[in-house]
Design a protein around this ligand. Structure first.
Ligand code: GLA
Ligand code: ZN
Length: 676
């Protein structure tokens, strides 16, 4: 539990006092208090302000800021300031600068611009983190550590290349093992010396950013880069932990962010935090998926909403405003899905450079009489009122969806069968079917224990890591329902095909053999024709993208393809295995199929919606000390009627009683607690 110092939903966000004259700081404190803001993330991009040259450190301004915050009841989420390197460092030590995918050495500029294997960066970043930790370890304002910021990206410099070889040596031990893992006899790539291995980018194996001629090499490079950045994080973590063993440490993640294997990262984080910036057309279900994924990283532990905009972003093509009520609604959506904090980027809007048109609690006008400020202050008041009632509450799900970064990378770098195959899209399709029916789901990694789940869905489980097929078999044997799809069970962890027929190691579990895989053009579709429609299902649905041509090897065929030369071949199968069953969906179905089908398999196991509601209303349940709270959120632009039947609830947001049929206003939220 991270909340002992401030036992409520933390409320605040990124604050950059070093971009402002001191006279403004007092006004900031006044406004924070008016808005109910009690946490400010300080120092994220303050490296040059804290270290103007190689030997000088200037902490005095930060002393003053933190003292002021402490005096005003505002806690610090203290950043280590290493997310953008100082210009002096880049000038003196060019090794800190990255080389891009096209092999070009970057000049100083931008941010998140450091090479993760730069000796200079590693040294100075850890040193700064250590100095901050020593200086502020007993500061009353210190609440939490925020290492760096949104780690990400890849570097292709010589330091990285050398470090890659070292990483490979420790992974494979010998060159023959590596040659085998990468299948280097293909195109005569056999390596006889570690120095012959070069990093995979546009100058070597790549056709473009995504596609590579050697998936094994690129896959390892992705892993290595994720690990390299993680090493940077860990170096700072160690410094801080030594000085402040009892203060929690995080770094802000970004949801479905491809370059970093967050399951691996989360093992080294005291608490997961993430930045939620949906695009104007991001479906709410995808935002929900990301929250659930962030909750899943530490097996259900609450996470932090570290950043969201109070109103608008600056980096999209069209930066529309969050409509009245939407900031509040989306804040509660985060809480509903496991967040114990609500935080913004940014508290005060900067005057220059690219984020001056990014929303802030305090706008350029400088006072509190704005729509955005009023909405923020209203939410601040509500969160204060909630106190600690929801902290550390847990979500209980009987359904899990497997999400794996290695699998994601491997699928999308593979040459064929279709450039339209996008892992997150396929996962999201299944997720959406559950989401739209208010069925609780956990996003889990391949190392997450499966006990406790009744249904495990693993869309496009292309890569099956060692031991995973056995764990899935054991899960089904004990009575679980497992589902996977087309293009699954194909390769091992180095992207080498498992011989003997697809879906490889999953073949006995699924009771099928996939002989061929057809890729459909975007305008093409096939049909899933149900043999005997399951109750509540139509006779025919559409499917597309990829169609596996499968044969049953014991599995029951519930549906077949409706057209093309494989008309009549199985499109949906179920294999009874031990006490449970394993489903195979041989193509990518339309949303209708998924809604109906997912409903079926949940109903068969008695898994029901948290609450049945009209479309566009999201409902979750978080329970604390055995007491469940229902979050009912209306994403629609109009009011809806919610059927609560005879149960009587109290809405903790307004202390009113609810029962029977009640109107939920557009964009409104209830947090209901059952009273009888
Ligand atoms: C990210 C960063 C912030 C800010 C916001 C703007 O999340 O962490 O520093 O740039 O984006 O949306
Ligand atoms: Zn590098």
């Amino acid at each position: 539990m991270i909340h002992s110092k401030l036992p409520k939903i933390w409320y605040g966000g990124d604050y950059n006092p070093d971009q402002w004259p001191k006279e403004v700081w007092d006004e900031d404190m006044r406004l924070f208090n008016v808005a109910g803001i009690d946490v400010a993330t300080v120092g994220v991009f303050s490296w040059p302000a804290l270290q103007p040259d190689e030997i000088t450190y200037t902490f005095e301004w930060l002393d003053e800021v933190l003292d002021k915050m402490a005096a005003n009841g505002v806690y610090a989420c203290l950043a280590t300031a290493t997310a953008a390197v100082p210009a002096w460092m880049a000038k003196r030590y060019p090794d800190v600068l990255r080389v891009d995918f096209e092999g070009r050495k970057r000049k100083y500029g931008g941010r998140h611009n450091f090479c993760p294997n730069s000796p200079t960066f590693r040294l100075y970043a850890a040193r700064l983190a250590g100095k901050l930790a020593e200086r502020y370890k007993d500061h009353p304002a210190l609440l939490l550590w925020h290492i760096n910021n949104e780690y990400g990206g890849h570097c292709y410099c010589e330091y990285c290349e050398k470090a890659f070889r070292v990483w490979l040596k420790s992974r494979y031990g010998t060159l023959p093992a590596l040659n085998k893992a990468w299948n280097t006899s293909f195109w005569g790539h056999t390596f006889y010396d570690w120095d012959e291995i070069v990093l995979p980018n546009l100058l070597s194996e790549h056709i473009n950013n995504e596609k590579t001629t050697f998936q094994g090499i690129t896959l390892d490079y992705y892993r290595f880069q994720s690990d390299s950045l993680l090493e940077c994080y860990k170096a700072e973590y160690r410094e801080i932990k030594a000085a402040t063993p009892n203060i929690q440490i995080t770094t802000n993640l970004m949801g479905t962010f491809k370059p970093l294997d967050y399951f691996k990262w989360a093992e080294h984080m005291d608490i997961v935090s993430w930045d939620n910036y949906p695009r104007f057309n991001t479906p709410m279900s995808l935002v929900a998926l990301r929250h659930d994924l962030m909750r899943g990283l530490k097996h259900g532990a609450p996470f932090m909403l570290m950043e969201q905009t109070p109103s608008q972003q600056n980096w999209q093509a069209y930066n529309s405003l969050k409509r009245p009520g939407v900031m509040r609604l989306w804040s509660y959506q985060a809480v509903a899905r496991g967040a114990d904090t609500v935080m913004f980027f940014q508290l005060r809007r900067s005057i220059g450079a690219c984020e001056k048109y990014h929303g802030a609690v305090i706008e350029h006008v400088g006072h509190e009489h704005t729509r955005v400020f009023r909405e923020c202050a209203e939410l601040g008041r509500e969160l204060n009122q909630l106190g600690d009632s929801l902290l550390d509450a847990r979500t209980e799900a009987k359904v899990a969806i497997v999400f794996d970064w290695d699998n994601w990378w491997a699928i999308e770098m593979s040459s064929g069968p279709s450039i339209d195959l996008k892992y997150v899209d396929e996962v999201h399709k299944y997720y959406e079917a559950l989401y739209s029916q208010n069925i609780a789901v956990d996003l889990i990694g391949v190392d997450t224990p499966l006990d406790g789940y009744e249904i495990v869905l693993a869309p496009v489980l292309y890569m099956v890591k060692p031991g995973y097929a056995d764990r899935l078999k054991a899960f089904v044997e004990r009575g679980g329902t497992f589902l996977t799809t087309f293009f699954s069970g194909i390769v091992n962890e180095t992207d080498l095909v498992s011989l003997g027929g697809y879906p490889g190691e999953l073949r006995p579990l699924l009771g099928i053999w996939a002989e061929e895989i057809d890729a459909l053009f975007p305008h093409m579709s096939n049909q899933i024709v149900m043999n005997q429609p399951l109750e509540g299902m139509k006779e025919t649905y559409n499917c597309g993208l990829l169609c596996d041509l499968i044969h049953s090897e014991g599995a029951e065929v519930l549906a077949v393809y409706g057209s093309d030369f494989y008309q009549g071949m199985p499109a949906l199968t179920r294999n009874r295995y031990g006490q449970g069953e394993a489903w195979y969906v041989a193509s990518s179905p339309d949303a209708d199929f998924l809604n109906d089908f997912v409903w079926q398999i949940c109903a068969a196991r008695g898994i029901e919606p948290v609450l049945s509601t009209p479309a566009g209303v999201e409902v979750t349940r978080r329970a604390k000390d055995g007491i469940p709270y229902l979050f009912v959120m209306n994403h629609n632009d109009t009011a809806v009627q919610i059927e609560l039947e005879t149960t009587s609830y109290l809405n903790v947001l307004n202390d009113k009683h609810y029962t029977g049929t009640m109107a939920l206003a557009a964009k409104d939220v209830w947090i209901l607690f059952q009273v009888q």
